[in-house]
Design a protein around this ligand. Structure first.
Ligand SMILES: Nc1nc2c(ncn2[C@@H]2O[C@H](COP(=O)(O)OP(=O)(O)OP(=O)(O)O)[C@@H](O)[C@H]2O)c(=O)[nH]1
Length: 469
């Protein structure tokens, strides 16, 4: 590691392997990460759990570091400032972001460091490498800065905006309404929902079709309640589960007061974007065009896809955001607020989602499987919570992970149970964070042939249209 910096406003620790100049990083990848701690509990490095999407040549700069190394067997990338073994390894609930340049080289890593890990004691070993965080970074200092393709960063509100917290006051006239987040898979709908709420209520992954059923996220502020509906990405389904996902997403449109049609501004529009835009146009709600991923450079350098997206329909407003970097969210929220109908709050003011803790816990397991497993396997997973017991020292949770084939079961369990262990320990960290207490997570794997195309299995696993209407 060449040096590092801490942005206390957003709680991000940056580790750099080279001097970073403005705009140098153009792409990102995400992986689960654990902190490496010494006997005093101080952080002296981290371990990233990579998958086959990372190739060795991308890690050239990382592996120049004297104490960094890649354990090829397990895909563990160790980033350390000393040649020592950790006394303890702590898995973070947020994934780490790898920043890559145009040549696909990993330049640096961003870690979302919870507050308890940002103390001088925890960071003492990294202090000699620390550079100051500047609002306007100069070469070789400060965080990686992306240059938005179509919209200048100056046009966007400050990135340090705080998501609003619920306030239980009784205003004179309430406004409340449903806001649908719709778009094709992978454009960042769930990331936006979590960023707007300041809480993780929807799982996120770099793979398309992560969200399977609509998830409600409720934002209560003085005088208003906004009920966001994060919908499954609309796509061309290849099985019954996919059909249900698309149907559920489409059914949110007629009842939405505001529709945020989300697109990835770093990519040109596709046929799916066009098709979804047409569906959105037919709905009655206010229509906003939300251009996400402004932090990412356009697919082809110099191209600007804004006019092409603009032409997909009639939009009351276009808003450029980066859900991941929390840019533009204040502007988006105020445009939404201005379009809410009058009406009383529909949910208790302190409720943030319609999902139960059990549903969220199962989703966290699916999220980790999406990160660790390749291709089709994570999409063939359905999770059942079989047992949930509050015990004296921990919450005991037993879940069954259903897959469709014996071969998938083998991959999920991994050599010596290693893969299931990895998924379990990452999921446990997220569940513990949600519950605020220790968790004992017991995972079992079962083969349920072809469940994604079997109506009775789908119903039985909870994927039934009437559950979500
Ligand atoms: N660079 C960048 N990446 C983002 C941004 N927002 C989301 N992503 C990434 O895009 C990927 C997909 O994000 P999700 O939030 O799961 O997308 P989604 O639209 O909910 O996907 P589906 O569930 O498949 O419909 C993840 O790897 C996110 O980290 C952003 O503003 N900038």
């Amino acid at each position: 590691m060449k040096y590092c910096s801490l942005d206390p406003d957003v709680g991000t620790l940056y580790l750099y392997f080279t001097d970073i100049e403005e705009g140098q990083a153009t792409a990102v990848m995400e992986y689960p990460v654990s902190l490496l701690l010494d006997a005093q509990g101080a952080i002296f490095g981290c371990r990233l759990d990579l998958d086959d999407e990372v190739i060795l040549s991308q890690l050239e700069l990382v592996l120049e570091g004297s104490y960094n190394w890649l354990d090829g067997e397990y895909g563990h990338l160790y980033i350390r400032i000393a040649d020592e073994d950790p006394v303890e390894t702590i898995t973070l609930s947020e994934t780490a972001i790898l920043d890559l340049d145009d040549d696909d080289l990993v330049l640096g890593i961003e870690l979302a460091l919870p507050e308890e890990w940002r103390t001088p004691e925890r960071l003492q070993r990294l202090t000699p490498l620390m550079v100051t965080f500047d609002d306007e970074p100069v070469d070789g200092e400060g965080p990686v800065v992306f240059t938005p393709p179509a919209i200048s960063a100056d046009d966007l509100p400050d990135s340090d905006e705080e998501p609003a917290t619920p306030v239980a006051e009784e205003p004179l006239q309430w406004r409340s309404g449903f806001v649908a987040l719709v778009g094709k898979p992978n454009v960042g709908k769930s990331t936006l929902l979590n960023a707007l709420l300041g809480e993780k209520v929807a799982i996120v992954s770099p793979r398309p079709q992560t969200t399977r059923v609509p998830v409600r996220g409720i934002l209560s502020r003085p005088g208003e309640q906004i009920i966001f509906i994060d919908t499954p990405g609309i796509h061309e389904p290849s099985h019954r589960l996919g059909k249900l996902m698309v149907e559920l997403a489409e059914r949110t449109l007629p009842n939405a007061d505001v529709i945020c049609f989300m697109v990835d501004i770093s990519q040109p529009p596709t046929r799916l974007d066009r098709m979804i835009a047409q569906q959105v146009q037919r709905a009655r709600g206010h229509k906003l065009l939300v251009l996400n991923k402004v932090d990412q450079k356009p697919k082809r350098p110099g191209e600007n896809y804004l006019p092409a997206y603009r032409e997909l329909g009639q939009w009351e407003m276009e808003i450029a955001i980066s859900a991941r970097r929390r840019l533009g969210l204040t502007a988006l929220l105020s445009e939404i607020s201005a379009r809410l109908p009058e009406g009383p709050p529909l949910y208790p003011l302190d409720q943030m989602t319609d999902q139960t803790e059990q549903q969220l816990a199962a989703e966290f397991v699916r999220e980790k499987a999406l990160f660790y497993l390749q291709q089709e396997v994570p999409h063939a997973i359905a999770i059942e919570v079989e047992e949930w017991q509050e015990k004296e020292t921990a919450t005991y949770i037993r879940m069954t992970i259903n897959v469709e084939k014996e071969s998938q079961k083998g991959i999920l369990i991994g050599a010596g149970g290693g893969m299931l262990k990895k998924i379990g320990s990452a999921a446990r960290a997220s569940i513990e964070r949600m519950l605020g207490r220790p968790v004992y997570l017991d995972l079992w794997v079962k083969v349920r042939p072809n469940w994604r195309d079997d109506p009775s299995a789908l119903g039985w696993l909870g994927y039934r249209a009437k559950n979500f209407l």
